[in-house]
Design a protein around this ligand. Structure first.
Ligand code: CA
Length: 236
């Protein structure tokens, strides 16, 4: 099944161009001309990613993005004519995954779409499997052990479970809440900040073995395992 990209944009010519390139690359596109239409389609279909124009006839794409974000992690890429809006859009406040400024090349938009899908939870809906294996890690489930770059890590139970989860889906971002629900037996009893503490400990253990940490933070979203060879950037 082709991944569905919802394009919410009031200008037909822009939609036509976007749609042409994306469909050529193995996606299926749906068109909404207004925020209202976009919301309806989003709720009715299983959308892999939203391309969202900021200036829409019945309101702002920003408001629609905030609304979608309340109960969905679906990746969103903004189309904007103003570069001064950019910080706000991709920052914590609004929570978009990326943006392109108008005028943009449809090729560029297409590669952004693929890049965002690659690092988001809907990765399974990418046309081709592009995620590389997290080769540096080796999980031995029967021994509850993980080695990193050939060295066995000394992990607590929760650290082991968090790391195992990240390794299982490189590039996928896990919010603290999701990690809590997946790893802890009684999530309500613990604080989401506990996750931060455990991730910090895992990072420290990895850093002892090799500089540069493959566990990344996506501000406002959560944690994920880098899907490329970790670069030698010192950890904080
Ligand atoms: Ca517009």
């Amino acid at each position: 099944m082709k991944p569905l990209i919802l394009v919410i944009e009031d200008e037909p010519s822009i939609f036509d161009n976007i749609s042409y390139v994306l469909e050529n690359d193995g996606f299926k596109t749906l068109w909404a001309r207004t925020a209202g239409e976009g919301r309806d389609i989003f709720n009715a279909e299983e959308i892999a990613l939203v391309v969202l124009d900021i200036g829409l006839p019945d309101g702002s794409g920003v408001e629609l993005c905030k609304e979608i974000r309340k109960d969905s992690d679906c990746p969103i890429i903004f189309l904007t004519a103003r570069s001064d809006e950019v910080d706000r859009i991709v920052g914590l406040e609004i929570g978009a995954d990326d943006y392109v400024t108008k005028p943009f090349s449809t090729r560029e938009l297409c590669s952004r779409v693929k890049a965002v899908l690659r690092r988001c939870p809907s990765i399974s809906r990418l046309p081709e499997a592009t995620i590389k294996d997290a080769k540096l890690f080796h999980v031995e489930e029967e021994r509850n052990q993980i080695s990193y770059s050939g060295t066995v890590l000394d992990l607590s139970r929760y650290e082991y479970q968090i790391l195992k989860l990240l390794i299982g889906h490189p590039g996928r971002i896990y919010s603290r809440k999701t990690l809590m629900n997946l790893v802890w037996e009684e999530p309500e009893a613990s604080m989401e900040r506990t996750i931060d503490t455990h991730v910090k400990l895992i990072r420290a253990k990895l850093a002892k073995i090799k500089p540069g940490c493959p566990i990344k933070t996506r501000r406002g979203f959560g944690y994920y395992l880098a899907d490329d060879e970790p670069k030698a950037i010192p950890t904080k």
